[in-house]
Design a protein around this ligand. Structure first.
Ligand SMILES: Cc1cc2nc3c(=O)[nH]c(=O)nc-3n(C[C@H](O)[C@H](O)[C@H](O)COP(=O)(O)OP(=O)(O)OC[C@H]3O[C@@H](n4cnc5c(N)ncnc54)[C@H](O)[C@@H]3O)c2cc1C
Length: 416
């Protein structure tokens, strides 16, 4: 007899989602989270299709009560400060999902974790998973340590690795593979009382271009706070200095829109830095284990796909695990469709990310040549990837950009 039906490692959006939906289906679920919530996390801008996962979790009313900044659109700013006409999601589809949110992740993740607890998940915060328990090649649970240093072990027929970019399983087994072209560095920080655009555009995400394919994000949060970050090639960012504050100050000068908006604000807190940019694990599952969210794959954040993919893969994993538990078979083979479908969703978005970084590509040129594809492109950018075939869009984009072949890894494996 195992201690639980499922063990979830990590209480971010993917872990909260998977655990809540499994508990909803009557399973005994343990969730281990190394931090005590609320805790800071990057990744504040949501995609419209997050709405459907949040609705399934039953938290839409709670989202509205918390009063996160409303995001109606995304806009692009050239280096000399010219702004594209904002693209309003409600012009594309008439649904509550067309207004999404910019979220302080400490509040968003706490809300999701509290929801998991309320739905019956046993949540242990301040508890770190150290390693996986094994019986031969099969994962049978976790070895963990509480914040007081107390070791403990827990067993289950299935463990879900939802540890985010820490990616416990990938790191233990050396199965992380970087995306060959999306090898960027990001530096980000927060500003108080930076300039905000008026009216509907107040909560817009702005992608502001930098030279050599780099870009700034500008994400307006509540209480006059703006999250501002740079994503660019390592050689470009570190060409003169390795000091994040110096680099940040230098790059602000390289985009007039960013300069004007941040000038009246006050930077505060840390400058965070991350490298090891886009990656995917060799396998999404092995016997007794499934990888979910960033613990499986991370795609460059230019289109804010991370939380969407975390919620979506959390849902997909919960459904696959529920079926596997009911069938009494939690071997890797039970997660073949999970891996196939998830890799498919990621590949759809990955093509648009590659196009974005291709110097020969622009959205304006694409839509000028193929006006009928505007809605198809928008569908990808809002997260409408399930059950869709975007071959037509990819073919059109390849007139302007070199698009990647799908990665030939990320599916299931029976071998640890
Ligand atoms: C620079 C940058 C900008 C981004 N911007 C956006 C954005 O604007 N919009 C967007 O949607 N996404 C964005 N993302 C991506 C987004 O942050 C992630 O995709 C998302 O948080 C993934 O959710 P997750 O649940 O898989 O992992 P996480 O949210 O990282 O959660 C993992 C959890 O696991 C816990 N954990 C880790 N190791 C252990 C362990 N050993 N034991 C117990 N617990 C453990 C961690 O404490 C954490 O709480 C960005 C990412 C980066 C790097």
């Amino acid at each position: 007899m195992s201690d639980y039906d499922a063990i979830i490692i990590g209480g971010g959006p993917s872990g909260s989602t998977a655990s809540t939906l499994l508990a909803d289906q009557g399973h005994r679920v343990l969730l281990i989270e190394k931090e005590t919530f609320p805790r800071y996390h990057v990744g504040e801008s949501l995609m419209p299709f997050c709405w459907f996962s949040l609705a399934r979790l039953g938290v839409i009313d709670r989202m509205n009560e918390i009063g996160f900044t409303r995001k109606h659109s995304v806009q692009f700013a050239t280096t000399d400060g010219r702004i594209s006409a904002p693209f309003y999601f409600f012009q594309h589809f008439d649904h509550p999902a067309a207004t999404t949110w910019q979220v302080e992740r400490k509040d968003f993740d706490l809300m999701l974790l509290e929801n998991a607890r309320a739905k019956g998940v046993e949540v242990r915060e301040n508890t770190t998973a150290l390693d996986f328990l094994k019986d031969g090649d099969r994962i049978t649970g976790v070895r963990a340590r509480t914040g007081d240093g107390e070791p403990f072990e827990a067993t289950a027929p299935i463990t879900l690795d939802c540890t985010g970019r820490d990616a416990l399983f990938q790191r233990k087994h050396g199965t992380r593979k970087r995306d060959p072209m999306l090898n960027k560095v990001s530096i980000w920080t927060l500003f108080q009382d930076a300039k905000r655009d008026p009216g509907l555009d107040e909560g817009a995400t702005t992608i502001a271009y930098l030279p050599e394919g780099g870009w700034f994000w500008n994400i307006p949060l509540r209480n006059g706070i703006v999250s501002s970050g740079i994503v660019a090639e390592r050689d470009y960012l570190y060409r003169e200095s390795r000091d994040p504050a110096e680099i940040f100050a230098r790059e602000i000068e390289n985009n007039s829109w960013v300069k004007e908006h941040l000038a009246q604000g006050q930077q505060f807190g840390e400058y965070w830095v991350t490298g090891e940019y886009s990656y995917r694990a060799e396998h999404c599952a092995t016997d007794g284990l499934v990888l979910v969210g960033d613990a499986f794959a991370f795609l460059d954040p230019v289109f804010s796909s991370g939380v969407f993919l975390a919620l979506k893969s959390g849902e997909m994993a919960a459904d696959a695990v529920n079926a596997a538990l009911r069938n009494g078979d939690t071997s890797a083979a039970s997660f073949a469709s999970y891996g196939e479908d998830l890799c498919g969703h990621i590949e759809t978005m990955r093509k648009v990310v590659y196009a974005f970084y291709d110097p020969g590509f622009s959205f304006a040129d694409l839509i000028r040549k193929y006006p009928d594809l505007r809605a198809r492109l928008t569908d990808v950018l809002i997260g409408n990837v399930e059950g869709q075939d975007y071959t037509d869009l990819a073919k059109a984009m390849s007139d302007f950009a070199q698009l990647p072949e799908p990665l030939d890894y990320g599916r299931v494996s029976a071998i640890v």
